[in-house]
Design a protein around this ligand. Structure first.
Ligand SMILES: [Zn+2]
Length: 169
């Protein structure tokens, strides 16, 4: 027990926040927190700060080259739901490499920023003239997230069907 390099509470909190309390497994992405139906002041939490390389010698993906400090650093943590946390450590972690988990983590944090952080993320600015003409579904410029249309932006559309100069989807 005392030989485990556990993450400090501050690292766990930052990890949870960065992951938006959503499991970092791209095939799972379940929300790990819910309100209790029975008690207004309670919540149900099934998130887990998992070690990418094990907290102790006999654990999955143990990396002897890391110092104790590195092992309990946020860089060695990945946010998962309880189910995925258990899954990655089965078979002594043989099915999930440290590299793969690092990729999950990086991609997940990116995915949260790009898809969920509509107000805090980078907002696309649109300027200039966007023209579209044709038949069917035609757009001069398609934007898939929040966008700010700058003054003076011109959108011209001519044709038959769903034609738009600037299309925000
Ligand atoms: Zn999960």
């Amino acid at each position: 027990m005392s030989n485990r390099d556990e993450f400090p509470a501050t690292a766990i909190k930052a990890l949870q926040m960065r992951a938006a309390f959503i499991c970092s497994n791209p095939e799972c992405r379940c929300l790990t927190i819910a309100s209790s139906k029975e008690n207004e002041t309670d919540y149900i939490y099934i998130g887990h700060a998992s070690h990418i390389t094990a907290a102790s010698k006999s654990g999955p993906r143990y990396d002897p080259s890391l110092t104790s400090e590195q092992r309990k650093d946020i860089s060695n943590a990945i946010f998962l739901c309880a189910s995925c946390a258990a899954m990655i450590d089965k078979n002594q972690g043989a099915d999930f490499t440290a590299e793969q988990l690092k990729t999950w983590k990086k991609n997940h944090e990116f995915w949260v920023r790009e898809n969920l952080n509509k107000n805090t993320g980078v907002i696309t600015e649109v300027a200039g003239t966007h023209e579209a003409s044709g038949i069917g579904d035609v757009a001069g410029l398609r934007i898939s997230k929040s966008a700010k249309i700058r003054p003076g932006t011109v959108a011209r559309a001519t044709g038959i069907g769903k034609i738009s100069g600037t299309s925000i989807e």
